[in-house]
Design a protein around this ligand. Structure first.
Ligand code: NAP
Length: 253
């Protein structure tokens, strides 16, 4: 039986853990050949081995999104080894919790440089290839509910994700003529390495109680949105930002 993403080529950044790792498995199960990219290549090797257990196909690629040369090289390797990238899951990201007035230049550069500049760099490079190859494609940016709302101690993160939301819209507008769709997912709190420690604290547990569904999301909760945006079901969607948060952002108080 043919799979929904059979013969598609995908690049997933930040695939060494958390959501990126999960997305790579979901795309591979749907038939895509997946270039899995991050700095920790040993973890990517484990992921490739896991994907091989269900006869999926993945390629590990070293990538640091803060390094322009690394981004160019990673996209080149993915296209040389697997073929023209049709799906980008622009997922690599970090978080740093600090009071706003304690954030120094290095902190700012660390978070904005990874989450916003890094995501822009990868999107631009992949989109350039898509335009050159003339086949179009789907770019899926990882935003966050903190791209719209804010919370204490996470100002750089929220600012970076607000930038990702506007980057999504701006690129969608310019790239629609090239048959490239650019959309974003804005998850609420999903249980991953990024926030594991935080949700074991009392403050973290209290926050879970404020989510209308009274639970953290699991990576699988994003699969429906991922598959929609990656596949032809979203052919007429571009510039959309899809919130997936268990109702977290519904209530004013
Ligand atoms: N979990 C949530 O609740 C949540 C909610 C909303 C949005 N998000 C977003 O979803 C994305 C994934 O988050 P996650 O929860 O899965 O976090 P995670 O488990 O910490 O994974 C982050 C990934 O990003 C990679 N990464 C970090 N810096 C990088 C760099 N300079 N170059 C290349 N890769 C880099 C890491 O790989 P290496 O360290 O191996 O490079 C890792 O694979 C992020 O953009 C995050 O902001 C998460």
């Amino acid at each position: 039986m043919s799979k929904p993403l059979q013969n598609r080529i995908a690049l997933v950044t930040g695939a060494s853990s958390g959501l990126g790792r999960h997305f790579a498995i979901t795309l591979a199960k749907a038939g895509a050949k997946v270039a899995v990219a991050a700095r920790r290549v040993d973890k990517l090797d484990d992921l490739v081995a896991e994907i091989a257990t269900f006869d999926g196909h993945a390629l590990p690629i070293a990538l640091d999104v803060t390094d322009p040369a690394s981004v160019t090289e990673a996209v080149r390797v993915a296209e040389t080894e697997l073929g023209a990238i049709g799906i980008l899951v622009n997922n690599a990201g970090i978080v740093q919790a600090k009071p706003a007035l304690e954030i120094d230049e290095a902190d700012w550069e660390y978070v904005i440089g990874t989450n916003l500049t890094g995501a822009w760099r990868v999107a631009r490079e992949v989109a350039r290839h898509m335009v050159r190859m003339g086949h179009g494609g789907s770019i899926i940016n990882m935003a966050s509910i903190l791209g719209e709302g804010v919370t204490k101690q996470l100002s750089t993160y929220a600012i970076s994700k607000a930038g990702v939301v506007q980057m999504t819209r701006a690129l969608a507008l310019e790239l629609a003529k090239d048959n490239i769709r650019v959309n974003a997912m804005a998850p609420g709190y999903i249980a991953t390495e990024l926030n594991q420690e935080y949700f074991e604290t009392d403050i973290g547990k209290a926050l879970i109680n404020k989510i209308p569904q009274r639970r953290l999301g699991q990576p699988e909760d994003l699969d429906g949105t991922l598959m929609l945006l990656a596949g032809d079901g979203s052919a007429f969607m571009t510039g959309s930002v899809i919130t997936v948060d268990g109702g977290h952002t519904l209530a004013i108080a």
